[in-house]
Design a protein around this ligand. Structure first.
Ligand code: NDP
Length: 298
């Protein structure tokens, strides 16, 4: 088995495999940062954009990898990653594989194992942000996996945006990513339903969004307080006691229903509050609903 090269400087050779919107932005950032960069894409026309940029264009993924120290994957999904990894085979030996494709923790752990079996170090990376902002602090890259590889290539990775390292458990960055994205989607679908309510009442949705944005300033402290309550099991009456909060729930539900707006989530909240109160715990706060959200048997 070849020994992985773990010494980096500005001459670290980087391959970027996958030149979709995100992959192309990443490759351009490495080229702009002066890193010797080789690019490959399944559809060759997307590589042509890199002619005259100083990047090398490889005819195959394996040739791009063979010519590099760090091999960055930014592909559509795990099916694409599996296909490209199969084509790399021994060309990855001795390299650092950095997979920036979105996906689940289990996939990251599988790629980590694959890399190890093929003599490569593995870093899993997850991206939050838009391609045009790659290379600025507005895009977040979370990494986990080989601590040595992260330390050695931190400077190159930093050129992509704001970076964070979540430890050597390969799935950790994906856990963080999936959880962050889930919080975003769950909150934003609630926001969209509420915009329906605001609109149905004839109010200006843009003005309302500004008001909600201002209220968000209080959320970081609230989130920390709730997480503390969950980790200690000490549920103070955050947002008020459940006994008081529940009194509003029927009005919230009937307001939505009267305007023809979905009230499913409000009914869920009320049902959880009712259960907790029935347990004699109505003096506790909103965080205490966590105790009822028990994962179903896997
Ligand atoms: P695109 O759809 O623009 O590009 C997808 C890339 O995957 C292309 O290079 C495509 O090649 C390649 N690909 C797809 N299937 C295969 C396959 N079977 N074999 C080889 N290559 C394949 O996606 P993005 O670049 O936008 O996204 C890439 C990753 O970045 C995704 O995991 C995405 O979730 C993540 N991401 C994207 C963001 C965004 O805003 N775009 C934001 C945050 C994360 P071809 O050109 O030949 O089709």
């Amino acid at each position: 088995m070849t020994k992985t090269t773990l010494s980096a400087d500005a001459s670290t050779k980087i391959a970027v495999l996958g030149l979709g919107e995100m992959g192309a932005a990443i490759a351009k950032t490495f080229v702009g940062g002066g890193f010797p960069t080789t690019v490959w894409n399944r559809t060759a026309s997307k590589s042509a954009v890199f002619l005259d940029t100083g990047a090398k264009i490889a005819p195959t993924a394996a040739e791009a990898a063979a010519d590099s120290d760090v091999v960055v994957l930014c592909l559509l999904d795990s099916l694409a990653v599996n296909e490209v990894l199969r084509s790399l085979d021994s060309a990855i030996s001795g390299k650092v594989l950095v997979n920036l494709t979105s996906g689940a923790p289990a996939q990251a752990r599988t790629y980590h194992k694959w890399a190890k079996e093929h003599g490569a170090a593995y870093l899993d990376g997850k991206i939050m942000g838009d391609p045009p902002y790659v290379g600025t602090p507005q895009v977040n890259f979370s990494f986990s996996g080989s601590a040595a590889a992260f330390a050695v290539h931190e400077t190159a990775l930093q050129s992509l945006g704001t970076i964070g390292y979540h430890g050597d458990e390969a799935g950790a960055a994906a856990v963080e990513f999936m959880a962050q994205v889930a919080v975003g989607y769950e909150m934003l679908i609630g926001f969209l339903h509420t915009l329906r309510l605001v609109e149905a009442e004839g109010f200006d949705v843009e003005y309302f969004a500004e008001r909600v944005g201002a209220s968000m300033a209080g959320y970081p402290g609230l989130l920390k307080m709730m997480a503390r309550a969950v980790s200690t099991g000490e549920y103070r009456p955050d947002l008020g006691s459940l006994d008081v909060q529940v009194a509003l729930m029927d009005d919230m539900i009937s307001h939505r229903e009267s305007m023809g707006v979905e009230a499913m989530r409000m009914r869920e909240v009320k049902s959880l509050m009712d259960q907790r109160i029935a347990q004699g715990l109505g003096d506790q706060g909103f965080s205490s609903l966590f105790e009822l959200l028990i994962p179903k048997t896997r």
